[in-house]
Design a protein around this ligand. Structure first.
Ligand SMILES: Cc1cc2nc3c(=O)[nH]c(=O)nc-3n(C[C@H](O)[C@H](O)[C@H](O)COP(=O)(O)OP(=O)(O)OC[C@H]3O[C@@H](n4cnc5c(N)ncnc54)[C@H](O)[C@@H]3O)c2cc1C
Length: 574
């Protein structure tokens, strides 16, 4: 229970429901309305609400349904940006990593990384150890060591204790350093709910289909159902859809987004065991691939492997449909080739139990079209292409808070408020130590054998719900039908689907199986088998009739079929 309880928990949102939010969206006038419920947009809503602004957020589909549920799930400075000599980006990200470890300790936890060094006949290439040592000293000095441990050089035996299948014939030694890992979709949701707790009006399933014009400025958004949300400033945080939203204003977008596809594969941990993440070089290339233990649901701390290991990522230009990037047979081949080169796992496509593909909203530099996506900057950009319209894109999951502060500064300027520098500094720091929903807070009355009101056999819930675990456990304890597994073989409870519908705005089977839980990403077949039961649980909560239940099960089946077809046919290759 590292650091739980040290910070003040914000009040639980009095209401985090679509109907109430919709009514308030139509009735009120806002300072700003945010378009996009990924980590960036949710961060903007939280920052603005914490500054006391009247803020609304509209998300077209589900929170984190775009890129923010499809990342590598690392909260890190990024060693590669050090190699690109972008020290300020690394420093900024490492500062944010520490804030996230403090503000959301239930969702973000330290993770050890092993960098294996391979050579021939026990001999490493000249300068390899020196090069890594310099890089990792640099990383530690820039801020990596803040996590509490600095890097070390270890022997091959020690490295194989963490990642047992590393090839013993070529492994010579390794470095160890520390970063952090997070459940990206649940982090995004926690930021959205914390924003609501601070007064933001937040809803999913509310696409902005038009921008309102008032007095010669952008003055709000029109939603798909015709609702008009009036606001003095619109913040476009639509990720890879950023240009699409800009065009709703009838202006030439002030920035270009270049979507770059990245995929991840999940395999059972029995096929690729590791209790530590590993960084494997792409043979003959400059890139590397992460092998990362997927913590069992709720598994905390730094030791112990989950039941799955994931492998990623790739970085390729993408020109397909933005909603449904898919992992192709070629992507699988590419990633497995790297793993099979450096380990004895001998993985085959049949070992892959889950996969996901995401699109990085990289800010393009049209003057440098020859630059590979991997070499494009991960910095974010805040621009204004029309009075009353601010766009923010690029960046990383890790740096969302910083992006949000920059975007809200621009929105405040667009409101004409222009605070003095001292006030601005105070405002920008309002979220720096602000605990997210589920972090800390006064403990609930203890139960026999449990902590924070959660019995010990339900402790795995902490890793997803933090202090709200007590509420989920209570659902399961009150109704034995909710105490059983949601997805066979995974640690999720049926009560979690009910909690998701009541308190997390889950509205589809996919919401529950892909983002409130991550079942689809780790075990596609098990998730598909659970879909009818999840639909029944949601039907009871959301009042679905038989027809709707059938539609929902079919929609989830179609998603799973599309993933399977892409893996077979090589579709989805950009
Ligand atoms: C493969 C991969 C690995 C990555 N790994 C890491 C990592 O390990 N660590 C890290 O820090 N970062 C990582 N990133 C980067 C990080 O995931 C992204 O920078 C971040 O998730 C982008 O968030 P966003 O909110 O800007 O975009 P999104 O999450 O895509 O959110 C945009 C939202 O806007 C909504 N939207 C679009 N149009 C409309 C409309 N008209 N009306 C309303 N809503 C609309 C969409 O539905 C979507 O939910 C990775 C990215 C990828 C692709």
């Amino acid at each position: 229970m590292r650091r739980l309880g040290l910070r003040r928990d914000p009040p639980a949102p009095p209401e985090f429901g679509r109907d109430a939010a919709r009514a308030r969206l139509a009735a009120r006038e806002f300072d700003l309305v945010v378009v996009g419920g990924g980590i960036t947009g949710c961060g903007v809503a939280l920052d603005a609400a914490a500054r006391g602004l009247r803020v609304a957020l509209v998300e077209a589909e589900d929170f984190a349904s775009g890129t923010s549920s499809r990342s590598s799930k690392l909260v890190h400075g990024g060693l590669r940006y050090l190699a690109q000599r972008d020290l300020s980006l690394v420093r900024e990200a490492l500062v944010e990593r520490e804030r996230l470890l403090r503000n959301a300790p239930h969702l973000v936890h330290p993770m050890r990384f092993v960098v294996p060094l391979f050579g021939r006949d026990g001999v490493l290439a000249d300068g390899l150890v020196r090069g890594w040592s310099t890089a990792l000293w640099g990383y530690d000095l820039v801020g990596g060591v803040r996590v509490g441990r600095r890097h070390r050089h270890i022997g091959a035996g020690d490295a194989r204790r963490h990642v047992p299948l590393l090839r013993s014939d070529s492994l010579v030694s390794a470095f160890v350093y520390w970063d952090a890992q997070a459940d990206d979709a649940r982090l995004t949701l926690a930021v959205a709910r914390t924003a609501a707790a601070h007064g933001a009006v937040v809803t999913n399933r509310a696409p902005a289909v038009g921008l309102l014009r008032r007095s010669g400025r952008i003055g709000g958004v029109r939603l798909g159902d015709g609702t008009e949300v009036r606001a003095a400033v619109v913040v476009n945080a639509a990720g890879v859809w950023c240009e699409e939203v800009e065009r709703l204003a009838g202006v030439v977008p002030a920035l270009r987004v270049r979507p770059a596809k990245g995929v991840h594969l999940t395999v059972p941990a029995t096929r690729l065991p590791c209790d530590t993440a590993a960084v494997l070089p792409v043979p003959g290339g400059r890139d590397s691939v992460f092998v990362v233990p997927w913590r069992a649901p709720g598994e905390h701390g730094t030791g112990g492997a989950g039941r799955f290991t994931y492998i990623g990522t790739t970085d390729t230009d993408y020109a397909g449909p933005l909603r449904t990037p898919l992992c192709s047979a070629a992507d699988v081949e590419r990633l497995l080739a790297v793993v099979n080169h450096w380990t004895t796992a001998n993985l085959a496509p049949g070992d892959v139990s889950g996969s996901w593909a995401g699109l990085r909203p990289l800010v393009d530099d049209p003057t440098r079209s020859e630059v590979a996506p991997a070499d494009l900057s991960r910095r974010h950009a805040v621009v204004s292409s029309a009075p009353g319209l601010v766009a923010v894109t690029g960046g990383k999951l890790t740096t969302y808070r910083r992006m949000a502060a920059d975007a809200v500064d621009a929105a405040v300027d667009a409101l004409g408020r222009r605070p003095d520098p001292a006030r601005r500094l105070v405002d920008r720091r309002r979220t720096a130590a602000l605990a997210l929903i589920g972090a800390g807070g006064p403990p609930a009355p203890p139960r026999a054998g449990g902590v924070l009101g959660v019995p010990s056999h339900r402790r795995h819930l902490f890793g997803r719900y933090g202090t709200e675990a007590a509420a989920v456990a209570e659902l399961a304890d009150a109704d034995p039908r909710l105490a059983g597994p949601l997805v066979e073989g995974l640690g999720y409870l049926r009560a979690e689907a009910v909690f998701a519908a009541r308190h997390e705005m889950a509205a589809t089977v996919e919401d529950v199986l892909a983002r409130r839980t991550r079942a689809l990403l780790v075990d596609r077949d098990a998730a598909a088998a659970a879909a009818p039961a999840v639909a029944e649980l949601l039907a009871a909560e959301l009042g679905w009739d038989r027809h709707r239940v059938g539609q929902e099960v079919a929609a989830f089946g179609a998603l799973v079929d599309a993933e399977r077809a892409a893996l077979r046919a090589g579709a989805g290759v950009a």
